[in-house]
Design a protein around this ligand. Structure first.
Ligand code: PXL
Length: 287
């Protein structure tokens, strides 16, 4: 039997130092048995989270050239997964990839900000274009900051009421994506929750994980790659949600316990084996 890999075109940046984006997405997807095809949107000397003035090589034109070449090859691409985009013009390039592979599952991780603020590269134009890009997605995975930006709502202070959380999930799904996951929500003391909605089943779920007092770059990238990897290897949405929550909790706890420089991100190399645990051990609740 020929082996047919599941191929994921991963359109994200490469940050040369500080674990995030393609540097962490590739190992997670590969470990889960998927073939990740990296399509770099930009190369940065470091991520933008604390290393000062970053050298950036914008690869907008490369995205066009890459797709044009791929089109001549009749490749089978099963999934398009977009993340950090260096400019609002790159949204059109991602849309070109989506048009070229109409049967591909589309995950848009709308990487725009965290903790109530936009990343310094995320302009108002990029925020507006991201609102258009999510319309073409099957699944989106904003954190709470990004969900607020997509909905043009203020960042919520304090705990988000459950009714508001459900309303935000549905409003985001109304924009297009069948599945919506919002991460990094405080609903319970000492817990961080991820919540999701499937429009097909009309169901909402929540997974609660231990809150660890540390904010590491790349966390959202590892979370979304794990969720995607589990979904594409035939786990249901709530099971994939449990796995992503469990894995990121292990990642953060391990890194916190080692006291490394926060900017270096998650000590992923040591934690990857947790992807193969027998159970995810996360507590799943219907919202
Ligand atoms: O992990 C998100 C991310 C991706 N890419 C770059 C970033 C960040 C967050 O800081 O700076 C370049």
């Amino acid at each position: 039997m020929p082996h047919t890999p599941v191929r994921v075109a991963a359109i994200h940046d490469i940050s040369c130092y500080g674990r995030c984006s393609l540097n962490v997405i590739m190992p997670v997807l590969s470990s889960l048995g998927l073939t990740a095809c990296p399509v770099p949107s930009a190369v940065l000397s470091t991520h933008t989270g604390g290393y000062g003035e970053v050298a950036i090589c914008d690869l907008t034109d490369f995205l066009t050239d890459c797709l044009n070449h791929w089109k001549t090859l009749n490749l089978k691409i099963d999934c398009i997964y977009s993340g950090f985009l260096a400019s609002h013009q790159q949204v059109d390039k991602v849309l070109d990839f989506i048009k070229a592979y109409p049967d591909a599952f589309v995950l848009v991780d709308p990487v725009m900000g965290d903790n109530g603020s936009a990343y310094r590269t995320c302009t108002k134009e990029l925020q507006a274009k991201m609102r258009l890009l999510i319309k073409e997605a099957n699944l989106i995975t904003p954190n709470l900051t990004e969900a607020a930006m997509l909905l043009e709502e203020p960042y919520p202070i304090g705990n988000l009421p459950i009714q508001t959380a459900k309303e935000w999930l549905m409003r985001l799904s109304d924009e297009g994506p069948e599945m919506v996951v919002i991460t990094g929500i405080s609903l319970l003391p000492d817990k961080l929750s991820s919540i999701c909605f499937s429009r097909t089943s009309g169901e909402f779920w929540r997974v609660d994980n231990t809150k660890v007092p540390i904010n590491l770059p790349g966390t959202g990238d590892i979370y979304s790659a794990t969720l995607l990897g589990k979904l594409l290897t035939n786990q249901s949405l709530p099971d994939a949600l449990c796995w992503a929550g469990y894995f990121i909790e292990q990642c953060i706890k391990y890194t916190f316990s080692h006291g490394t420089d926060i900017r270096e991100g998650i000590l992923l190399e040591a934690v990857l084996p947790a992807l193969f645990s027998k159970h995810s051990n996360s507590s799943l609740t219907k919202l």
